[in-house]
Design a protein around this ligand. Structure first.
Ligand SMILES: *[C@@H]1O[C@H](CO)[C@@H](O)[C@H](O)[C@H]1NC(C)=O
Ligand SMILES: *[C@@H]1O[C@H](CO)[C@@H](O)[C@H](O)[C@H]1NC(C)=O
Length: 180
């Protein structure tokens, strides 16, 4: 019940802001990746590159060492910086295999997935058999997708994703960004 109510309020915030059209600018400030189980997955690279003032992008590649992987969950939590980073609004766990089979059934997961999918090779259903790549995800693209629906105030944010395979936390990725 509590979960349903809070989901409902998230939707409400979404649509309120969607129709009031808030224009803001997203800018990446850092990217961090950590393997929690080096027998399972290893990051080959994970970085934020500043080409110039207006073009920055994030790239990462993770090598999967125990393929095929048939059971994956992703825990997504959003943090906003105040005194340190504090949980903010979103904190959901997505069954990735179920979601990829029917993306339209989970609107919040779809919202996050849409931000990444054009730059990643996670565009198929489970199992995962190849290394996962996020290639030059730039914040320009994110701006155009997000600015109309971002229900957030200006500030420094961090989105933390835990990659859980077979119910064991295997890796963490953190993207830091600011909204101005
Ligand atoms: C920044 O770099 C991109 C990619 O090389 C280029 O297309 C763009 O014109 C550059 N912008 C500025 C302001 O130099
Ligand atoms: C997310 O929710 C879970 C379950 O309700 C809770 O245990 C966890 O501490 C929360 N994490 C954040 C970052 O809010």
């Amino acid at each position: 019940m509590a979960i349903k109510l809070s989901l409902f309020s998230v939707y409400l915030v979404f649509f309120t802001y969607y129709f009031t059209e808030v224009y803001s600018l997203v800018e990446f400030t850092n990217a961090q990746c950590e393997s929690l189980d080096k027998d399972f997955s290893l990051f080959e690279y994970c970085f934020l590159k500043s080409v110039n003032r207006s073009y920055k992008y994030v790239s990462l590649k993770v090598k999967l060492l125990k393929v095929p992987i048939t059971k994956v969950k992703v825990k997504v939590a959003l943090y906003k910086r105040a005194n340190g980073y504090l949980p903010f609004l979103y904190n959901i766990t997505i069954d990735a295999c179920r979601f990829l089979k029917a993306p339209n059934t989970n609107q919040i997961a779809l919202y996050f997935y849409n931000l990444f999918k054009d730059y990643s090779n996670i565009n198929h259903t489970c199992p995962f058999i190849n290394d996962l790549v996020l290639d030059k995800m730039s914040y320009h693209s994110i701006n155009t997708k997000v600015t109309k629906i971002l229900p957030f105030p200006e500030g420094q944010y961090m989105i933390e994703m835990h990659w859980i395979a077979y119910d064991i936390d295997r890796a963490v990725t953190k993207f830091y960004w600011s909204l101005t």
